[in-house]
Design a protein around this ligand. Structure first.
Ligand SMILES: [Fe+2]
Length: 257
């Protein structure tokens, strides 16, 4: 199974959205031949109806099956009421051949940080218990601080409880965004992965605009970072989730792509 993991698109009519980068990114993305394109939130910048309409138009350029959860920016200005109209349910369990993908809204209206809460924790447990398939969880915010993304203020309020459920149940893969920096780290038998920003001008230092390609084969998960500006890609991490072992490369924007 191949997942293209993109995040933080930030469609708007101000300075956030870079259409030139977006067009280039979609061209690359459409050649990736992913089974699913997972978008971990922030399709808009201020949650405005004009931005939702813009995002809806722009996403039509992406080929393949889109699976989307909202980000904190999408919930601004009552945008949380628009999200379901444009992009469907915000909390879900989707079942594919070999996997369950649990998507969750980690955002709260008009707040930059997030929380999942007990209802969504129950949904995670429900997804895990549903069948014997592999579980993947995706939401916007991060559960542990992400290096190179500034001082920590935005982690989900219930990160400890969320991690406890994820680690105890040996969930192999968690997909997140929000920090505009690509990153992956293994904790016990779980791989936590953040995608960078797909098309926002607010990039950090030399990280640029990126997205992740995630290949899941047998017991292995490989995460490759695609640098959109340079049209180059580099494997970030290779994780054996049965053994819990990992060929770990620390992603360094100065050395890598
Ligand atoms: Fe965000």
């Amino acid at each position: 199974m191949r997942i293209a993991h993109i995040s933080d698109v930030h469609c708007n009519y101000g300075t956030d959205f870079n259409n030139k980068v977006y067009e280039r990114a979609v061209k690359i993305l459409n050649k990736v031949d992913a089974d699913i394109v997972f978008i971990s939130g922030d399709l808009t910048t201020d949650g405005l109806i004009t931005e939702y309409e813009y995002a809806e138009e722009k996403l039509k350029e992406i080929e393949g099956k889109l699976v989307i959860v909202p980000g904190n920016h999408d919930e601004r200005n009552l945008g949380w009421k628009l999200f379901p109209e444009f992009f469907g349910e915000t909390d879900f369990i989707h079942t594919y051949d070999e996997t369950n993908l649990i998507g969750l809204a980690s955002s709260e209206p008009d707040k930059d940080n997030g929380r999942l809460g007990r209802g969504r924790h129950k949904l995670i447990e429900q997804g895990i218990r549903k069948n014997d398939k592999m579980t993947i969880i995706g939401f916007h915010h991060h559960v542990v601080p992400v290096p190179n993304s500034g001082r920590e203020t935005n982690i989900i309020d219930d990160a400890g409880e969320t991690l406890d459920i994820i680690l105890k149940n040996k969930v192999p893969l968690v997909l997140m965004g929000h920090r505009h920096v690509p990153w992956a780290v293994k904790i016990h038998k779980t791989l936590l992965v953040n995608a960078g920003t797909f098309s926002c001008n607010r990039t950090r230092a030399r990280f640029g605009n990126t997205f992740n390609i995630i290949d899941i084969n047998d017991d292995k998960i490989e995460v490759t970072v695609v640098n959109i500006g340079k049209e180059k890609q580099k494997k970030m991490i290779e994780f054996d989730f049965e053994e819990g072992s990992c060929k770990n490369r620390y992603y360094d924007s100065n050395i890598d792509i």
